[in-house]
Ligand binder design. Structure first.
Ligand code: ADP
Ligand code: MG
Length: 475
């Protein structure tokens, strides 16, 4: 029986298949084509330079063992890089790696790390996490459908997600765009779809990536002149999940490359899943042609959950964590934190932590403290009303007194402090601060700010006021 490139390679594949993860085998070995066998050198064709580098970096040992078994110690492996679907270049090109200085890669010396020898042949762009074959998809198994509770606020998006995962690429929900505000479950749902697909179709290549990382990889690929490899890599994926696409706004280069990847995937029946904090109509600085693609499939909104859903999310979380908590506490938290599930969970977690670290009983009092901190904490900007309230509480007066026309020194000081903090902690103009704190004009506010600055550097007692209030207002 004569040995051919094909027969040698088939034997190698059998050996490799038994020794690596099935997914890795499928991704990195199935696409390889054996081309020819001359002088004990097997030439194989790989789809991109990136592919070649990946093999060199991760699979060179096993390739060497397999090939040596077939062809003996003098075996050599030669890669031929054949790019099809080359972006921006209709002409497919064939490139031989390595170029002039090394005409073939010898199986016996390739296990020396390439980076020491020839830097530019290394992995052209880092896909963090994908290096490790086991977490290739970058999916978080803790985000699944089982723990993504259903409610009116997410029913459409959740069902669409289930439909997509039952038949990736085979529904009209392509792309599936999940949109909604911060902390409402976009990332969770996106992972859940991916995890379910991997479960049902283990052979599919699923990749989860944030738009931010995607952008970074793209920029790196341009720097290193590997744009085609970047595109090619993404075109190999069966289910592409890009989180937070609003991040692409204003980034026309990345949008352009994504447009081409998207088209390729879509045309080939591959599934694209996107998330965004805005509906397509509200996205700014995203090219029209991309926006129109986003609308091809389904845009499903995650809305703020109603009270019942919030309670059941909390109960489910506590149940999974094995923590018991009285219903009235759960309901108190659910009633007070409305617009963000992440904060809802955060409040419960800190409640549990508070009670276990400080050995306090979880009661409504503690829940109040935690919720208050939480709501305060997560507010980007404190309001002028809130500042006036904190300052008047601190000086044990009411807000009306603080705003009154009186010239009593301690009231004037309290008012000035409120103005000072309003200037410092909000984006409001001097005029607007003045009008909200007792209908004063902008010059009064300016004067107040200067006075507070002066007094806090000359008057110890006054400095203490500023410090105390800073603490109260910043936690
Ligand atoms: P986003 O990406 O929209 O900002 P995330 O997906 O990060 O939000 O969700 C925030 C938190 O809320 C996560 O811990 C997630 O598990 C949880 N969460 C969101 N929606 C649900 C839901 N329907 N059921 C259970 N947990 C949820
Ligand atoms: Mg998210």
């Amino acid at each position: 029986m004569s040995i051919t490139a094909q027969s040698v390679w088939n034997n190698c594949l059998n050996f490799i298949k038994d020794n690596i993860q099935p997914q890795a085998y499928k991704t990195w070995f199935e696409p390889i084509v054996a081309v020819k066998l001359t002088d004990n050198a097997l030439s194989v064709q790989v789809p991109s330079k990136f592919f070649y580098e990946w093999l060199e970096e991760h699979y060179v040992k096993i390739l060497k063992v397999a090939l040596t078994k077939e062809l003996g110690e003098t075996a050599k492996l030669v890669y031929i890089i054949k790019m099809e679907n080359t972006y921006g270049n209709k002409q497919p090109f064939t490139e031989r790696i390595p170029s002039s200085n090394r005409s073939s890669v010898k199986a016996q010396d390739v296990d020396v790390p390439l980076k020491n020898k020839d830097r530019e042949l290394r992995n052209p762009f880092v896909i963090p996490g994908i290096r490790n074959v086991k977490i290739e998809s970058q999916l978080n198994p803790n985000y699944n459908f089982d723990n993504f509770l259903e409610g009116d606020s997410n029913r459409l998006a959740r069902s669409a997600g289930l439909a997509v995962s039952a038949k990736p690429g085979g529904t009209s929900f392509n792309p599936l765009l999940i949109f909604g505000g911060v902390g409402l479950g976009k990332t969770h749902l996106a992972h859940a779809i991916g995890v379910d697909i991997k479960d049902k179709y283990p052979e599919k290549t699923v990749l989860y990536i944030s738009a931010e990382k995607f952008t970074q990889q793209y920029i790196d690929s341009v720097k290193k002149n590997n744009r085609n490899d970047f595109i090619h890599f993404y075109q190999l994926i069966d289910v592409l999940i890009i989180d937070d696409v609003q991040f692409l706004s204003g980034k026309s280069g990345t949008q352009d490359v994504f447009f081409h990847i998207f088209n390729h995937l879509h045309q080939n029946g591959k599934q694209v899943i996107l998330t965004s904090d805005k509906a397509p109509v509200d996205m700014q600085d995203i090219e029209q042609r991309l926006l129109s693609r986003f609308k091809w499939g389904l845009s499903a909104e995650l809305q703020t959950p109603d009270f019942e859903t919030r309670v059941s999310i909390l109960k489910n979380k506590l149940y999974r964590d094995g923590v018991e908590m009285p219903d009235d506490i759960i309901e108190y938290v659910a009633k007070n934190i409305k617009s963000n599930i992440r904060e809802l969970e955060g409040a419960i977690i800190s409640l549990i932590a508070q009670s276990s670290f400080n050995k306090k009983e979880i009661n409504i009092e503690l829940a109040k403290q935690v919720v208050e901190k939480f709501v305060k904490n997560t507010k980007r900007e404190v309001s002028i009303d809130y500042i006036q309230k904190v300052v008047s509480d601190y000086f044990q007066m009411d807000v009306d007194t603080l705003q009154s026309k009186t010239r009593k020194r301690h009231i004037v000081q309290a008012r000035q402090l409120a103005m000072f903090f309003a200037k410092k902690l909000t984006k409001a103009s001097l005029a607007s601060i003045g009008s909200q704190i007792g209908k004063r004009d902008h010059a009064t506010v300016l004067h107040a700010c200067k006075t507070v600055d002066n007094l806090s550097s000359t008057d110890k007692q006054f400095r203490k006021y500023v410090e105390d209030l800073t603490k109260k207002l910043s936690v």
